[in-house]
Design a protein around this ligand. Structure first.
Ligand code: ADP
Length: 312
């Protein structure tokens, strides 16, 4: 696949998840024996890209890895998932982003994230990907890389008429106002909506109020994901909050559900662009609901073959 065929470009992060399961979280200075260890591929940008790819989008990832074993493995993971790696670079100046995660028997966790190479992705890297960014159908960004680089990518896409999805995650209290005006779809979860608006987003009504405030800051549409309750949307055409519920499923592990939702939304915006956004959100709910029924992050994301035909 050449870069000119790419439909979805994700500019964002890659993290290697190093997960230890232990009876309890250690205190400072303490060593605890765990009972299980596994390594997973994570990072919000990469998760979203892999979900879009599994649904059949022609994806490209723009990201930076370290010149280390985790970086080499991540590069191979992208290739295995059918993601174009022309704009995945490796640096000797920092390690591949890593999340050291300890989960106790109650399901609580303690996490240390070292963004490492992710923070070295810069505007020069965007320039190298400029043809793919300007000819894609959809560009997706988050906040796990340097925010100015995300914003620049959104602006490059917008200037070329490419539709943009901005996922303001991890949550930040302050955002450059241009993030709103550069977002076709501003897609956040409840805690991000809460931090950005100062509202306590405890129910659908408050989520709707927060969404209207976010919309007023200049984006075209806002989607707030609500976990087990699905999501809610507003747009400039209709600023009345519309709740889009999700069916009840036996949830096993909700890690990365928001990224599954965003990746699915990117797929629908790129490949079924005439569908109303409300219907895209309803279908993205269904796909993210499948992801919560299996353990892990990218490992839990469904591919097109495993989903009902009506979704496509
Ligand atoms: P995040 O992972 O960012 O916290 P959410 O928890 O809001 O995001 O979940 C994102 C989407 O995943 C929801 O909008 C919904 O579609 C789906 N989802 C999450 N949890 C469940 C659940 N328990 N049952 C069904 N769908 C879920």
């Amino acid at each position: 696949m050449s870069s000119a065929d790419v439909t979805v470009v994700v500019v964002g992060s890659c993290m290697t998840d190093l997960v230890s399961q232990a009876p309890r979280l250690p205190k400072a200075g303490e060593t605890v024996h765990g009972h299980k260890f596994f390594i997973g591929f994570g990072g919000k940008g990469a998760n979203q890209c892999v979900q879009a790819s599994r649904l059949g989008a022609k994806t490209a990832m723009v990201c930076k890895l370290g010149q280390d074993v985790f970086g080499n493995n991540y590069l191979q993971n992208f290739k295995d998932q059918g993601v174009t790696t022309d704009f995945v670079s490796q640096t000797g100046e920092a390690a591949t982003g890593a999340a050291s995660i300890i989960v106790n028997d109650q399901g609580e966790n303690a996490i240390v994230i070292v963004a490492g190479a992710n923070l070295l992705l810069d505007v020069e890297d965007l320039k190298k990907a400029s043809l793919a960014i300007s000819t894609a159908r959809v560009l997706v960004c988050q906040l796990e890389i340097t925010p100015a680089v995300s914003l620049q990518a959104l602006k490059m896409a917008r200037n070329s008429g490419v539709r943009t999805i901005f996922n303001p995650a991890p949550a930040a209290a302050e955002l450059d106002p241009e993030f709103y005006s550069s977002s076709d779809v501003f897609c956040c979860n409840e805690s991000e909506a809460e931090l950005l608006t100062g509202f306590e987003v405890t129910d659908e009504e408050m989520a709707g109020k927060a969404a209207v405030v976010l919309l007023s800051r200049g984006c075209h549409s806002v989607i707030v994901t609500l976990g087990v309750k699905g999501c809610l949307m507003v747009s400039v055409q209709d600023a009345t909050p519309k709740h889009i519920p999700v069916g009840s499923v036996p949830a096993v592990d909700t890690t990365g559900a928001g990224d599954s939702f965003v990746g699915a939304l990117a797929f629908f915006m790129a490949h079924v662009p005439d569908l109303p956004l409300e219907e895209m959100a309803r279908r993205s709910n269904q796909i993210a609901a499948v992801s919560v029924q299996a353990a892990g992050t990218q490992t839990s994301y469904p591919s097109r073959d495993a989903l009902p035909h009506e979704l496509f």
